[in-house]
Design a protein around this ligand. Structure first.
Ligand SMILES: Nc1ncnc2c1ncn2[C@@H]1O[C@H](COP(=O)(O)OP(=O)(O)OP(=O)(O)O)[C@@H](O)[C@H]1O
Ligand SMILES: [Mg+2]
Length: 339
């Protein structure tokens, strides 16, 4: 199975009543690589993960996972995948060590082997000191690490991680990223879902963006960023004609069309990574006699990806679990579906 992809899926389709959770999704993950499945709330990420790990049957489509046919070889697929879920499968009333030993025993290890594997993983995931404590006393970050450790007890060649860092603080996120890099470094193939472009950019070899059950973009992080025009320059000025004038004056700096919300005095310009950008910006504004009240240069976010690809922001309910305002990105694009 060496030259077979870790995951190959074609036309995956799943409906729940009227909702098309997946509407003909194709995916491919090469062995030893990490695929980032990126999308907002309700895009279909968890549905795809549940189907590919045999927890849910697709209405249509075919897939091979770890070299086995999803429909005809469900048990073999199940034995060769690990899953760390959005809803952690850890038993709160067992200790960290008991959780891992239990998983080992369930995968058919002897008592001795299960204990040895549990201790190895507790050390590796920084849980040695809390190994004897009930998991319900763990912090969110510890639970996430325990859940991840549980998913790799049987050293599965293909690992599914459904939003593994949602709810983690920046430090916890960095730690988990390092552990994932170690796993892929050892040859594990990983499909990771996330709502954070930054995370996919940092970890993934390839990214697939899904929205409402369909793939809307795919490629390496570099290809995707190039397609979307790189970083974002964000400016605020007096609402009204001056905002429009600013957009006209600065358009030549952009790697794509400017997005202007004239009523709010907010201008967003896709820009490529170029050291001469800010000097040119200052010169253009001085020549035109324009000023801004706020200016920032920032990396692309999932919101930018959506705005550029679909002409609309990500669904408002997404903002709730990130603790930001729902008008987070209330800019009306001047062109739709810019590519
Ligand atoms: N068991 C179910 N019954 C009914 N509808 C469902 C079920 N599971 C998922 N859905 C619907 O399918 C769509 C896709 O859901 P899914 O959980 O796959 O999204 P997601 O991308 O994982 O979102 P999130 O980022 O919020 O986890 C949503 O509209 C959801 O409401
Ligand atoms: Mg989900």
């Amino acid at each position: 199975m060496d030259d077979q992809p870790a995951i190959w899926a074609e036309g995956l389709t799943k409906r729940f009543g009227h909702v098309r959770a997946l509407d003909g999704v194709d995916l491919e993950l090469a062995t030893g690589r990490l695929l980032g499945l990126l999308g907002p709330n309700g895009a279909g990420k968890t549905t795809a993960v549940r189907i590919l790990t045999t927890l849910l049957r697709p209405d249509a489509g075919h897939a091979r996972v770890a070299g086995f046919d999803l429909r005809k070889e469900r048990d073999l697929v199940r034995r060769h995948v690990g899953l760390s879920g959005q809803f952690a499968a850890v038993d709160s009333y067992l200790s960290g060590r008991e959780n891992l030993v239990m998983v080992g025993r369930l995968t058919g290890m002897t008592r001795r082997a299960a204990h040895a594997r549990a201790d190895e993983l507790l050390g590796r995931f920084g849980l040695g000191e809390v190994a004897g404590r009930q998991a319900r006393t763990y912090s969110g970050g510890m639970r996430r690490r325990l859940d991840l450790a549980a998913s790799v007890v049987g050293a599965p060649p293909v690992l599914f991680l459904d939003e593994p860092t949602t709810g983690l603080d920046p430090h916890g996120r960095l730690e988990l990223w390092a552990q994932l890099e170690e796993l892929t470094g050892q040859g594990t193939s990983v499909l990771l879902t996330t709502q954070y472009l930054e995370e996919a950019d940092r970890l993934a070899h390839d990214i697939v963006v899904i929205d409402r059950g369909s793939v809307i973009a795919e490629g390496t992080p570099e290809q995707l960023k190039r397609q979307l025009g790189g970083d974002r320059l964000e400016l605020r000025t007096t609402p009204g004609p001056q905002a429009q004038q600013l957009a006209n004056v600065l358009a030549s700096l952009g790697s794509g069309p400017p997005m202007l919300d004239a009523a709010a005095g907010r201008l967003v310009l896709p820009v490529s990574d170029d050291p001469s950008l800010l000097p040119r910006l200052v010169a253009l504004m001085a020549d035109a006699g324009l000023s801004v009240s706020d200016l920032s240069l920032r990396r692309l976010t999932l919101d930018d990806v959506f705005l550029a690809l679909t002409g609309r922001p990500t669904t408002p309910d997404r903002s709730r679990d990130r603790g930001v305002q729902s008008d987070d990105f209330a800019v009306s694009p001047t062109t739709k579906g810019a590519r």
